[in-house]
Write a protein that binds this ligand. Structure first.
Ligand code: FE
Length: 208
């Protein structure tokens, strides 16, 4: 697991982990993992599958429900934009790494994309675990410098007239993108809407 940078004002995170501590912790986790595998308590495949489920299924499904509700219910959307943490908790999603959520809405004139330039801060309760590329240096550095180019590499072409805003998540604030509702989805039910919302659209590297 990656470290999460903190600001001194955050009372929950009094001290920053230095890389040496992180390394020690990583080694400890690896030893415990190996011990559990050796003792036959878990298998490597099962562990990988659990991580995969959190990366691709459980987490993002929560976020999809938030987006679908915002599309279907204008009042909810306003609550989400005013106090995302509270509005997301209305659906039962809260907890670790989601204490201070901010939702940024895509419009025809503004496209939002989220990064954590320092490490990998990410809203776990709604998006699960971050994908590998989100944690890696090329995305973290380049999305800030040349967002339009990076988005193109994801297959996402943002019209030149549309402003791109890059939001830097931290331990203090975790951002999530509210994608634009596609025209073909205007008459869908909330349940159907939730099915078309992807993880990457909520990070902002994809449009729907
Ligand atoms: Fe971070």
């Amino acid at each position: 697991m990656s470290d999460h940078h903190d600001a001194p004002s955050n009372p929950y995170l009094k001290k920053r982990r230095d890389s040496g501590e992180t390394e020690k912790l990583t080694k400890r986790v690896q030893k415990i993992e190996q011990l559990l595998i050796d003792k036959g308590v878990v298998t490597k495949e099962a562990l990988d599958r659990i991580i995969e489920i959190y990366e691709t299924d459980i987490g993002p499904l929560n976020g999809s429900q938030v987006v679908a509700k915002a599309w279907a219910d204008e009042d909810y959307k306003q609550r989400l934009k005013t106090d995302a943490t509270k509005a997301i908790a209305e659906l039962g999603f809260s907890g670790l790494q989601g204490e201070h959520m901010v939702v940024v809405e895509n419009t025809p004139s503004v496209h939002n994309v989220v990064v954590c330039t320092l490490c990998s801060c990410y809203p776990w309760p709604v998006l699960g675990l971050p994908p590998k590329w989100y944690k890696e240096a090329p995305y973290r550095s380049r999305i800030v410098i040349e967002p339009r180019e990076v988005l193109k590499e994801f297959g996402t072409n943002i019209p030149s007239a549309t402003e791109i805003r890059v939001w830097d998540s931290s331990a203090e604030i975790r951002y999530m993108v509210l994608p634009q509702q596609p025209n073909y989805a205007k008459n869908m039910s909330e349940e159907e809407l939730a099915k078309i919302v992807t993880r990457d659209s909520m990070i902002g590297v994809e449009t729907l």
